[in-house]
Design a protein around this ligand. Structure first.
Ligand SMILES: [Zn+2]
Ligand SMILES: [Zn+2]
Length: 253
């Protein structure tokens, strides 16, 4: 079965334009980005992360209610849309299964204590799962100064792809699930932070490092997401096989 991956949001935690910023990227019309999330249309409808912009993304993307929500980690830019999504499920009597490892599910339950099966929300703590021929697995990756997050790997009979939005300094061991994918969606917040004096405070790769990682992991396609206002996606600076993500863009696998 063909899989369609729809990019709902491709910005960093602050969005583009940033509030109160008048830089060239924030002023440009081609760099409007909402907070990071993708929707996977396959045998089931899978939403990856519920961004603070979920409501607008749902309307703009002409989406249907997902069957499954996979959460990468419990940071605000990845979960703050959960209340809106839960309301949508409740009012449309649609059941939502939320999948993430137990540590993430625990935080979600604390933050959204009113979300229960009575409201059609089913928290499902696990590291991997098979849904209608799609294997989904969560893999812990370094998130620098922000601790850790999970990269999510998906595979079916024809292809394998992964969403790793918040990662830096991956160890060789952490790379293992992400070799030779059909598509890797990787977070890169800035173009080049090599001169940033507080390297220990960083939490996400820059574009320069993302391209180096690509040489190791060798995905067929690499799409960058989680991009701040430091990145102008209209600039043609990427090698063949690598793209800047864009809100609304769709990829067929
Ligand atoms: Zn993030
Ligand atoms: Zn994060």
């Amino acid at each position: 079965m063909e899989t369609k991956i729809q990019f709902l949001g491709t910005s960093d935690s602050q969005g583009v334009p940033r509030m109160l910023c008048s830089c060239a990227v924030c002023k440009s019309t081609d760099n409007k980005r909402s907070r990071p999330s993708v929707f996977i249309h396959t045998s089931r409808k899978i939403l990856v992360d519920a961004s603070p912009d979920f409501r607008q993304q749902f309307i703009d993307g002409d989406l249907c209610i997902p069957d499954i929500l996979c959460i990468t980690h419990a940071h605000n830019d990845h979960i703050a849309g959960l209340g809106d999504l839960a309301d949508l499920c409740f009012w449309h009597e649609s059941k939502l299964t939320i999948i993430s490892p137990p540590d993430v599910i625990d935080i979600l339950k604390q933050r959204y204590p009113y979300l229960t099966p009575k409201r059609n929300i089913f928290f499902t703590p696990l590291h991997q799962m098979d849904v209608d021929g799609v294997h989904i697995s969560f893999h812990r990756v370094n998130h620098g100064n922000n601790g850790y997050s999970y990269g999510i790997r998906f595979s079916n009979q024809t292809s394998s792809w992964a969403y790793v939005s918040d990662v830096i300094n991956m160890t060789t061991e952490q790379m293992v699930p992400f070799y030779h994918l059909s598509l890797l969606i990787l977070g890169a917040s800035y173009l080049d932070e090599s001169n940033y004096p507080f390297q220990y405070k960083r939490s996400i790769y820059d574009v320069r490092e993302a391209l180096l990682l690509r040489e190791k992991l060798q995905p067929e396609k690499l799409i960058l997401t989680h991009m701040s206002h430091n990145i102008d996606i209209t600039k043609n600076i990427l090698p063949e096989g690598v793209w800047f993500g864009k809100d609304g863009m769709c990829i067929m696998l």
